[in-house]
Design a protein around this ligand. Structure first.
Ligand SMILES: CC(=O)CC(=O)O
Length: 786
């Protein structure tokens, strides 16, 4: 089913209905802009170009169209024009004030016209094998969600949390965390979160930088059919934070874990404090139930939360400057601790409102279920997809949260959930979609009329072209248009912007293997990495100038409101160490604005335009690893391996082989497409860890097992490499810095001549990597055929 009209050979998967009634909000917006500004905007591509050329007018139009609640300064001075520098990041809507939570909760406000008995959030949990359809669901109506946030924010204030303080979660992706995040935003404090699956060391790598004043956590989690107590890990984090400056955190709230815990599991505030070994004055501890009413000392509950409804506090939203910090996201690079990326409230709000309301066309849930949207994004609290998905609340759609493995108790569990909850927009990772496609599940046949999915959103890694038709046929009705058809929205952006550069779009067709289009206001361009020359955008360029799929670096050429403010601590963070502030600012600049200078944002993604006006992602242009769509900085692996080697070799004798390791290098190896290894292939990658040893190991298998064990326990199962190989040397620059990119290219099949090695001190070691790459790719092909 190739689309011959566009000249493209890629398969058409979905098209916007020609006479949609009512038209999409994106279409209405395009016509409005055309009329107001007296310009011809006949297509989405025209609107996109206009939005990039007129950033100040465009973003003001988005504010108005999305009905942002707040005080917009009468005459805001964006001072932002096409071609302006992106660094230092410009301030937007100066003098305007708003509150992020107030905007997200707009359909829940007592003053709202919306039906407040409609479910706002449905929080679900991995089902157990003996009851595969029991997702332990808890429903919060719009008024209940509002009440919970009101109580939680009042209690946060009562506990001493003020605007600008950092509040963290080390917890599950559930309603407790969502409520805590909204309450934190309501107070004007700054939110950050790490998933409960992370080990204390990984958490401290993040929390030591941001020093949270308050922590929300959970008593236990369920994953992969098992229940794990969480208090020991939480206790280790609190202890270390207390040691850092002798102050620790002001308070800790522990939400109840999943059902099925032991009878003696601590649940009351006192029991939890005892289990966490909190000494008086170090931190105060509440059960979730007690915390809900902690603001009202006269109504302290017994831990069940039952008294909470009787003491109703007003929800005071602290309206702060548009550019005030809202949240800190952590992203690992190839060196040093994770970057603590600070996002601003107004920037994220206006960007995410645009994405959910215009690009996705999300509609408020309706009591009858007909027509309204039910939004789902599979994620953990460590991923930017958590705040991204939570922002869908702004539309009034019902938000479904899920905590647990996406493959338990069966591969199709999330489709069972989708059918049960009537999910209409279903977000997940490309790796998961590829895995269920391989099993050839037929969710539509299985769930017949109950599956209402109209959009599948995919991210984390590129979605293979072969998965698109499977989605159309197995999740949709097989048709490319109309009732039951499914828009396959591969989306790309990341932690650095907590949003999208390009993605799902209700006004643009979907072609297999392609992200539909760049998003409005995001001046995406593809630059030749060597010359910095821009590869023309096919829909707006003369035919002779465009070449399909010519690769380059993904950049953004015009400032946008959700550019991060910087890394923590910001130059404006009160009481911060000035050296740390300086280092954070320099790292921020170097992370995005070094490759092409201050006029082009670049965060390390490699991509190409297609003749349809879509985008194809080609992987990371830096050394960041991305197995199964989870980004891992190589330093997270090196730290563990090198520390294990150092500890092991300190003994009198080398007690075990770990002490033989003198250097290591980790790179991502793309999984070859259907047995055809190709550098340009889309899809997942596996991690290859190369070790340099001081002498041959007597027991190589034992050494590999120990390395894997160290990584599993000190980091996570996701950090365990698929292959561990011995090499003679690892490439280094003349300054001694590890050079992952040349090794990665060779391992992935690039010819030796195509790999620049002029900055390397030991380029001769690269030959070995070509040979190794051949062997490893052959191994993966063999496996895929087995
Ligand atoms: C939207 C994204 O880009 C998500 C990610 O891969 O981190």
């Amino acid at each position: 089913m190739a689309d011959s009209s566009s000249g493209s050979t890629s398969e058409l998967i979905w098209s916007p209905p020609p006479n949609r009634d009512p038209p999409s909000r994106l279409t209405v917006f395009r016509k409005l802009i055309a009329e107001e500004h007296a310009v011809h905007l006949d297509s989405y591509a025209d609107l996109w170009r206009w939005s990039c050329e007129h950033p100040a007018q465009f973003w003001e139009a988005v504010w108005n169209e999305c009905g942002i609640i707040g005080q917009k300064a009468d005459k805001w001075e964006a001072g932002v024009s096409k071609g302006d520098a992106l660094y230092p990041a410009p301030m937007w809507f100066k003098g305007s004030r708003l509150n992020y939570a107030e905007n997200l909760l707009r359909h829940c406000l007592p003053s709202s016209d919306a039906d407040r008995d409609v479910p706002a959030v449905i929080s679900t949990l991995e089902a157990l094998p003996d009851s595969p359809h029991d997702f332990a669901r808890t429903v919060f109506t719009r008024s209940e969600l509002y009440d919970r946030v009101a109580h939680t924010s009042a209690s946060l204030r009562h506990a001493g949390i003020r605007p600008g303080d950092v509040v963290a979660a080390y917890s599950s992706n559930d309603a407790h965390s969502l409520i805590a995040a909204l309450a934190t935003a309501a107070v004007g404090a700054v939110w950050c979160s790490v998933a409960a699956e992370a080990g204390p060391e990984a958490v401290l790598d993040r929390f030591e930088t941001v020093r949270p004043r308050f922590i929300f956590s959970t008593g236990a989690v369920r994953y992969n059919g098992k229940r794990y107590g969480h208090l020991e890990k939480l206790g280790a984090v609190l202890k270390r934070l207390g040691e850092l400056d002798g102050q620790g955190v002001l308070g800790v709230v522990v939400a109840p874990g999943p059902p099925g815990g032991p009878a003696d599991e601590p649940t009351t505030s006192d029991e939890l404090a005892a289990a966490l070994s909190l000494s008086a004055g170090l931190a105060k501890c509440w059960s979730w139930g007690d915390f809900l009413s902690a603001h009202s000392t006269s109504s302290l509950s017994n831990g069940s939360g039952s008294t909470f409804a009787s003491s109703y506090p007003p929800l005071n939203f602290e309206r702060l400057d548009f550019n005030a910090p809202l949240t800190i996201l952590f992203s690992s690079g190839t060196t040093g601790k994770p970057k603590a990326i600070v996002h601003r409230a107004g920037g994220l709000l206006i960007q995410l409102a645009k994405e959910h309301l215009l690009h996705s066309n999300l509609q408020p849930a309706s009591p009858s279920g007909g027509g309204g949207d039910v939004f789902f994004q599979h994620t953990t609290l460590s991923w930017m997809m958590s705040p991204w998905g939570n922002a869908s609340l702004i539309s009034g759609a019902t938000l479904v949260l899920y905590d647990g493995s996406p493959l338990r108790p069966s591969e199709g569990a999330l489709f069972d959930l989708a059918a049960q909850e009537g999910i209409t927009v279903f977000g997940t990772s490309a790796a998961w979609l590829a895995a269920v496609k391989r099993k050839d599940l037929r969710p539509k046949e299985l769930h017949c009329d109950k599956l209402r999915i109209r959009q599948i959103l995919s991210t984390g890694s590129p979605l293979g072209a072969d998965v698109y038709p499977w989605i159309r046929d197995a999740i949709g009705t097989g048709s490319t248009e109309g009732e039951g058809s499914v828009l396959v929205g591969s989306i790309t952006g990341g932690t650095d912007i907590c949003s999208l550069f390009a993605g799902n779009n209700v006004d643009v067709p979907v072609y297999a293997g392609e992200i539909q289009a760049p998003n409005l206001g995001m001046h995406v361009a593809v630059l030749d990495a060597a010359t910095g020359k821009e590869r023309p955008y096919p829909p707006l360029a003369a035919a002779q100038d465009t070449k399909d799929e010519e690769e380059g670096e993904l950049v953004c050429l015009t400032p946008f409101p959700c550019q991060p403010l910087g890394f923590w601590p910001l130059p404006s963070t009160p009481g911060a160490d000035s050296q740390a502030q300086h280092a954070a600012e320099e790292r921020y600049r170097a992370s995005y604005y070094e490759t092409f200078g201050p006029k082009a944002w670049a965060h390390g993604d490699w991509c190409a335009w297609t003749s349809n006006g879509g985008l194809v992602m080609k992987g990371r242009s830096d050394g960041t690893l991305n197995p199964g769509g989870v980004r891992i900085g190589t330093s997270e692996i090196y730290d563990v391996v090198i520390a294990a080697a150092a500890t092991s070799s300190k003994g009198e004798k080398q007690k075990d082989e770990l002490g033989l390791i003198i250097a290591c290098l980790a790179v991502g190896l793309r999984v070859p497409d259907e047995g055809k290894p190709t550098m340009a292939g889309s899809g997942d990658e596996v991690v290859v860890l190369m070790l340099v040893l001081s002498q041959p190991a007597e027991n190589w298998e034992a050494l590999v097992a120990k390395v894997k064990q160290e990584l599993r326990t000190r980091r996570s199962a996701r950090h365990v490499p698929r292959f561990v190989c011995q090499v003679g040397d690892v490439p280094r620059t003349v300054n001694g810095k590890l050079a992952e990119v040349p090794a990665k290219k060779l391992l992935n099949g690039a010819p030796r001549a195509a790999v620049h090695a002029s900055t390397l001190a030991n380029a001769e070691c690269l030959d070995e990597y070509s040979r190794l790459g051949q062997e490893l790719r052959a191994e993966l092909v063999k496996e895929s055929k087995a």
